[in-house]
Design a protein around this ligand. Sequence first.
Ligand code: ATP
Ligand code: MG
Length: 447
Amino acid sequence: MNQPSPSIISRDRHPISRRSLSPNAVKVLYRLRDNGFIACLVGGCVRDLLLGREPKDFDIVTDATPTQIKKLFRNCRLVGRRFRLAHLHFGEEIIEVATFRSASPETALNEPPEDGRDDADRDELHLRDDDGMLLRDNLFGTPEEDALRRDFTINALTYNIADFSIVDSVGGMDDLQHGLIRTIGFPLVRFTEDPVRMLRAVRFAALLGFEIEKDSWDAILQLAPTIQRAAPARLYEEILKLFLCGEAARTLQLLRQSGLFTALFPRFEEWMATESDGFPHTGIGRATAWVDDRRREGEPVSPPLLLTLMFGQYLAERSERLVAGGMPPQPAIHAATADFFGDLAATVRVPQRVCTAVAAILSCQGRFDRTPGKRPQSFVSRPAFADAFRYLRFAGSSDADRQRLVAWWEQHLAGVSPPEASVTPGPAPRKKRRRRGRRRPRSGTAA
Ligand code: ATP
Ligand code: MG
């Protein structure tokens, strides 16, 4: 599976030129090299440059220790308690510099442990829990060892500033050419060590349009339920990355096919399988396609909006049930949202402020139903308005009534007063009589 010795791809046989790198990264690489250290770009940036994509950030590995790095760079901050990394600050840009680390013993063996345990498991530098998950992984190593501890072959390529070559210790170039996501080492071991790697496999496959290699995919099918063992706060961050990577629709497909989606969102998945008015719940499919369109247009999608797009229909149904049981609409939305995210927190911990923002987006939809309603301007100035309006737009993409509401508010925002007749409020048009004489002057405008 892995190549025994690294293959070196010389400068004339690969497309990465120094001009395509961040000038700050080049500066760091040169300074390390000029001080006698090995210095290489590594990970996502090498992968992306080889694919002709723009890297998100530039990570460097070196044989200099964190203390030596700190001595070389005044703009250096050491971070990380478990494994010390150097962050070099250049204004907005941060270049991460890590010292070569060794792979865990089992990973290097490239075989599953015979009975799931051996002495290496007890090695306190690679501490695992009883199920084989890595809890600590902090031993300096050689460049080859550092490549072996990484997740996928395409993420383990390095660009060596000494001779501008690419160093490939694990067959990453081949997999890059064939469009394959393949774990380094035995997939069952690697996904057990860190279940989040399964989500990373899905993200890279979706983002790059790659296939997950068969053994790695089979291991994901088998281990999908173990994703629940990862830290809930980390899973929240991963979910955002997965659905905001620009390929949310494909991500969703892969998550569902692999069983990871059910493991992450069991209650929601159950509901998706049921029907409303004879139709299955396909809203999340449309939502992911809509998110991808926004990303392509360069429009940001905030975490609360993303979660509302994903779960809004479900939450609205649940709150309707509470309303049917006698609860007023606003508290019902807040209760349904709190209940859903509260339940989810054991697996995926959504921060409280984000849960509150989701409830706010959903509550605003009731106000849109009353368009034009009283004092539209004060509604527009609510903090939740922008995302609530985006959510209305999404709803409007498949519902003519909502689309008319979108049009009214667009005109309002553009400063044009639309004719009342053009507005057909949503499902439950309510006639509101304006009570004359009770209007308060807006604060600050009173004489
Ligand atoms: P992105 O473009 O999303 O930043 P990336 O590949 O750079 O992709 P990072 O999360 O920035 O991903 O991680 C940098 C590198 O660190 C990866 O390319 C990989 O080599 C290694 N890495 C990250 N997470 C893991 C993990 N969970 N297990 C093993 N190696 C990892
Ligand atoms: Mg990265």
